[in-house]
Design a protein around this ligand. Structure first.
Ligand code: OXD
Ligand code: MN
Length: 584
């Protein structure tokens, strides 16, 4: 129990509603962790993995109908519908408190209520914020323990203040018909019921650090973004930082932990964050960023020693694996791990599985939850309370034809337009049609806690306030040839593109001015060591702008922008200027 009166009063009120058998206040200690793990093992909520091979690692199955974020059940509950905007589901706060209040009523009967104070961001930092999550799930507690800093450290930062985000979570009945993830940005409150899956239940992550925090950022003059943060150290030891936004499933975690190509002697990539960035204007007039999280909640399938050795090394200890293949000898496996599958095991539904089974063993959205501090590439600055200074902001998505490998926006305002019209094409990995263009502005479509038109205005406002703003770029690692094969090798070779981006930030290279932005001169992308795979003419192709595709693209952009009744005029004029430059 902590002395903060506002926290106590709110917990009491929530206990009256949910009626738990007992209340446990978490302190974040090792003893508490050991006790919770033992309880989970006894109830088979966790399965102990081979402690020789994977020390401190455990396995968890979610309910089979509860394996991903549920965007159609996620609501922004502002008093006025217009304030949630055209891209969010909206429910009035009165209706939401009433509807969910009925579901929460008695939902913790026979269960323990855990009260988790947690800190997002470095200890003692101006950037950092405190949340309290109430939950009836020990799995949530153990995950929050990895993803945030829980217990006393958070309460010490909060002191007597009433400035905390109130998060109420209950598994409820795990019934998709009674599942809601509601955000009340005007009340600093999140209510989530009916799901135990990370993205819906770990309230510090998407719910607080993006949806509620984006709203706070708009009020308070900072930004909460769906961005990885990485540092690039050059052979002289200078480190420059990049923040990059990509829609889900575009390789953010891989890019954040990139291993430089062999020919890049003396280069090193440092990981500050893989998913979320909080950005503020620093005293020096630059934009500075922290990663509010303390761990990685990464997608397991596809993670291999080739695609992301640093992630694979991170998850060798103290990690919770969810919905991957559990092997017979109590280790884990997933598709795309780059090693032989086990002869026998259990799939993500808990059914016996062999490599001959017709279905995939790991769920495509199966996850690892691992402490960031264990990552071999974690930046020495990742807990710096001042954050790190950002030289470049990078947007990107999967585009088979339209977007070139990289281009730079003309200025901040143009960069905001590039972000606002960002898109990704659906892949065969997801259900539904392949190659369908989905607009996902700044990769924030499912995560913006208010009207997205106002969010674009906030970006424009910030641009006016930052004396020395980062340059804004767009990248596309996913261009394909006529046979649908990726042309650019990707992974570690993406550093070649980031190197050009930093050279531009340092005014070391000039570029070609095109209708869509500044493109690299072919000779300015370092192809050392991959000349056979990517010849100069292949690179020319990757940097070309196809008029027919752009003619389609601008039509699609126009209908996208029409959705926004609060579209800032600057975004519209950037669109008009693009059309004019393209001569279409
Ligand atoms: C995530 C996502 O889980 O963006 O990080 O979907
Ligand atoms: Mn994400």
């Amino acid at each position: 129990m902590y002395s903060n009166k506002a926290v106590q009063a709110w917990v009491e009120e929530m206990a009256k509603l949910t009626k738990p058998d007992q209340i446990v206040w978490l302190d974040g200690s090792e003893e508490e962790k050991a006790r919770l793990i033992n309880e989970c093992l006894a109830d088979e909520e966790l399965i102990e993995l081979d402690q020789q091979k994977l020390p401190g690692c455990y396995y968890h199955w979610t309910h089979v109908n509860d394996v991903a974020r549920v965007e159609h059940l996620t609501f922004i509950c502002t008093s006025k519908k217009e304030d949630a905007g055209p891209t969010n589901n909206w429910m009035s706060p009165t209706e939401a408190y009433d509807k969910l209040g009925k579901l929460f009523d008695g939902s913790m009967k026979g269960r323990t209520m855990y009260v988790i104070p947690y800190l997002m961001g470095p200890v003692g930092s101006l950037f950092s914020k405190v949340g309290i999550e109430i939950t009836d799930s020990r799995y949530v507690v153990l995950n929050m323990r990895i993803m945030t800093k829980i217990g006393k450290v958070a309460m010490d930062q909060l002191g007597d203040s009433t400035d905390f985000v109130k998060g109420l979570h209950s598994k409820g009945e795990l019934d998709p018909e009674k599942r809601y993830i509601c955000h009340f940005p005007e009340d600093n409150t999140i209510w989530s019921i009916g799901s135990g899956y990370g993205g819906n239940a770990l309230l510090g992550k998407k719910c607080f650090s993006l949806r509620i925090a984006s709203y706070m950022g708009k009020q308070e003059g900072w930004m909460a973004e769906h961005m990885l943060i990485l540092g690039i150290e050059d052979p002289k030891g200078n480190v420059s930082y990049i923040a990059a936004a990509f829609p889900s499933a575009c390789g953010k975690t891989n890019l954040a932990m990139l291993v430089p190509p062999e020919t890049f002697k003396g280069y090193k990539v440092w990981t500050v964050g893989d998913d979320i960035a909080w950005l503020r204007i620093g005293e020096d007039g630059r934009l500075w960023a922290v990663n509010p999280e303390a761990g990685f909640f990464g997608v397991a399938p596809g993670t291999s020693m080739k695609s992301n050795p640093n992630a694979l090394l991170t998850v060798q200890k103290n990690t919770i694996f969810t919905n991957v293949v559990l092997t017979e000898d109590k280790t884990v496996w997933w598709e795309g791990m780059g090693v032989e599958p086990p002869k026998k095991g259990y799939d993500w539904k808990g059914n016996p599985w062999t490599p001959e089974s017709p279905e995939k063993g790991a769920h495509p959205n199966s996850r690892f939850t691992a402490p960031a501090s264990q990552c071999p590439s974690v930046s020495p600055e990742w807990q710096n309370s001042k954050g790190v200074p950002i030289s470049a902001i990078v947007f990107g998505g999967r585009r088979a034809k339209v977007a070139p490998l990289v281009y730079q926006s003309f200025n901040w305002e143009h960069g905001v337009f590039v972000g606002a019209t960002m898109a990704s094409e659906t892949t065969a990995a997801a259900t539904g049609a392949v190659g369908v263009v989905r607009r996902d502005p700044m990769a924030m479509l499912p995560f913006c806690g208010y009207n997205m038109g106002d969010y674009f205005s906030h970006w424009l406002e910030m641009g006016k306030k930052i004396p020395n703003p980062p340059a804004i770029f767009n990248v596309n690692w996913f261009r394909t040839d006529e046979k649908g094969k990726f042309i650019w090798p990707g992974f570690g070779d993406n550093l070649r593109v980031l190197k050009w981006i930093l050279s531009r930030c340092e005014n070391k290279v000039d570029a070609v001015e095109t209708p869509i932005g500044y493109l690299p001169k072919v000779e300015d992308i370092d192809l050392s060591g991959i000349e056979n795979e990517v010849s100069k003419s292949v690179l020319e192709g990757l940097l070309s702008i196809d008029k027919d595709s752009w003619s389609e693209e601008i039509k699609d952009q126009a209908s996208w922008l029409e959705k926004f009744d609060r579209l800032p005029k600057e975004v519209k004029s950037q669109y008009d200027a693009l059309v004019q430059r393209l001569g279409l």
